[in-house]
Design a protein around this ligand. Structure first.
Ligand code: ARG
Length: 563
């Protein structure tokens, strides 16, 4: 049912332009009066208007095109409403939750690395961004048929663990640790930095301690594993609330015994150098600081562990692409890593840094070292509480209030993130985010619930369920067609998200769909005495319900049936 592709195939025959070029040229006019697709004729000859006329004379229009008209240099195609409606609604009705899925990615493996919080530290807002963006991309690529592998590259290795072990040995208490592990570990981390101000030798002790960890010292490993296990337990709570899953939890520490072999492998292809006792790859030629493989004391670095992870993944999974969903502040790190991999002979287009800007809270910027952090769970709890209050006000008799409050509160936060182009910074605004109007998840969820309630009422008061056997000639209103055309565009929208790894395209699409639906709902009576028209409109309502649900789910948001 891909009208666009069929028009492209038709034009390819007549113009000698490649299908790919045509796909880029053929646009959807912003004014529906100009038809469904506009083909600019500039590339056909000097006088585009004349070329458009010539083309119009030549083309044998397919059955689904009502007419083609010349408007200046464009040839505009108008689809037959009945065909578009029938094709679109029948597909959605048949495919239900599967609607929108494709097999573009069949047989192709993609690794999406996302979330990757640091053990023994609170789950930060940057990690929330990585989690929701990554999880959505994971779902989008799945929907496109890719074999997706999601990795949580836990930050569970590095000098900070030397610091923690030193601090725990000096000042730690098992009891306090067990009570509130992350808060307590954070407290130790802060204390370490306070004490290190006074006593510089602590930093050396921490370095030595990390070295012991890297060398596999049993006692150090036991402590590290304890910290890791306790932290993970807290992170899992957050993943559960967000309904996020991973295929692998291999963090930085996992690569510890692959570091030396990875360095050796790299050295076979890339020149390394010693600089003040440290082993580096000089990247000066590329205007970048050196990539450090080994510190002068022999310890590994963030670079080494990322190199080992990349080599491991390439060998083990043979992915088409490896995507790193990590904040923009690490841009340089990934430029260095990708350059080194390129120098080692890997295709540089395999690696993608899916970067994103800052999420700023009204409370201000925070520093972990000073112990100023916003606990993500507090943010989620607050959103859920606020959602509960709003529901209490608007729909006090709702059955499963607590459950819906979680869907709405968490959804609001996810959408506040994903509705923005990821590279932009976002200023967090509690009121705007939870509003039932404007570009918010509650608005989409409410629209979905409204569709569900119309369908329930149809059964109860009119004894009418949803059926695909309707008279498709009955969709004559502009508001109806506007909704249908949005629905028709859904599968293409998923592709668009993957093309730039930007879920906000889908978020904006869903808002536009909800707006078109609400417009329709206000202009066109759904449940009327005209049974045939009621049946036709119910099918449309059901399709909107389904596409809102499918789209929200790809963003990681639930769609309650009542709220
Ligand atoms: N744990 C890191 C941090 O919080 C993010 C890890 C990003 N991924 C990577 N492969 N380096 O800064």
């Amino acid at each position: 049912m891909n009208f666009k592709e069929e028009i492209i195939a038709l034009l390819a025959k007549e113009t000698k332009l490649a299908e790919e070029d045509l796909a880029n040229l053929l646009a959807v006019p912003s004014d529906p009066k100009l038809g469904d697709y506009a083909f600019p004729c500039f590339r056909l000859g000097k006088n585009a208007k004349e070329e458009a006329e010539k083309m119009k004379g030549k083309l044998k229009l397919p059955h689904f095109v009502a007419k083609a008209e010349v408007a200046g240099p464009y040839l505009n195609f108008f689809l037959k409403n009945k065909v578009v409606v029938e094709e679109t609604l029948s597909h959605i009705y048949q495919e239900q939750k599967e609607f929108g899925k494709q097999n573009l990615g069949k047989g192709k493996k993609i690794i999406v690395e996302f979330s990757s919080p640091n053990i023994a530290k609170p789950f930060g807002i940057g990690h929330l961004r990585s989690t929701v963006i990554g999880s959505s991309l994971y779902k989008v690529y799945r929907a496109l048929g890719y074999d997706v592998f999601g990795v949580n590259h836990l930050g569970d290795w590095g000098t900070q663990f030397g610091k923690l072990i030193v601090a725990y040995r000096k000042w730690g208490s098992e009891d306090e640790l067990q009570q509130e592990p992350i808060k307590y570990l954070l407290h130790l981390y802060v204390k370490f930095h306070q004490e290190a101000e006074k006593d510089k030798s602590l930093e050396d002790e921490a370095r030595a301690e990390f070295k012991r960890l890297e060398d596999g010292d049993k006692e150090s490993i036991v402590l590290w594993e304890k910290f890791k296990g306790l932290s993970l337990r807290e992170f899992q709570r957050i993943y559960k609330i967000l309904d996020v899953n991973f295929d692998s939890l291999h963090g930085e520490g996992f690569y510890n015994n692959l570091l030396e072999s990875s360095i050796k492998e790299l050295q076979q292809k890339v020149k390394t150098a010693l600089s003040d006792g440290a082993l580096i790859v000089d990247l000066e030629k590329y205007n970048m600081p050196p990539f450090m493989l080994r510190k002068s004391d022999g310890a590994s670095t963030y670079h080494t562990r990322d190199l080992a992870a990349a080599l491991y993944r390439l060998k083990k999974y043979r992915p088409e692409k490896v995507m790193y969903v990590v904040g923009s502040e690490q841009k340089l790190h990934f430029q260095q890593l990708f350059k080194v991999l390129e120098l080692a002979g890997f295709d540089k287009d395999k690696f993608i840094h899916v970067d994103f800007g800052l999420f700023r809270f009204p409370e201000g910027k925070m520093s972990t070292r000073k112990g100023q952090v916003i606990f993500l769970e507090e943010v989620l709890d607050r959103a859920i509480d606020l959602a509960e209050k709003i529901i209490e006000e608007k729909n006090p008799t709702l059955q499963n209030k607590a459950e819906v409050a979680v869907m709405v509160g968490v959804g609001a936060i996810i959408f506040a993130d994903l509705s923005n182009d990821r590279i932009r910074d976002i200023d967090f605004d509690w009121n705007r985010m939870l509003s039932f109007e404007g570009e918010t998840a509650p608005y989409l969820q409410y629209t979905h619930a409204r569709a569900c309630s119309i369908l329930r009422k149809a059964v109860k008061e009119h004894q009418l369920g949803v059926s695909p056997h309707v008279n498709f000639e009955l969709f004559t209103q502009a508001e109806e067609m506007a909704v249908v055309k949005r629905l028709y565009a859904y599968p293409e929208m998923i592709e668009k998200v993957a093309l730039a790894n930007k879920p906000h395209h889908l978020a904006h699409y869903l808002i536009a769909l909800a707006q078109a639906f609400n417009e329709f709902y206000h202009q066109c009576l759904v449940l009327s005495d005209d049974k045939n028209q009621t049946k036709a409109r119910l099918l449309l309502v059901d399709c909107v319900r389904q596409v809102l649900e499918n789209g929200l789910n790809l963003l990681g948001i639930q769609a309650p049936e009542e709220m």
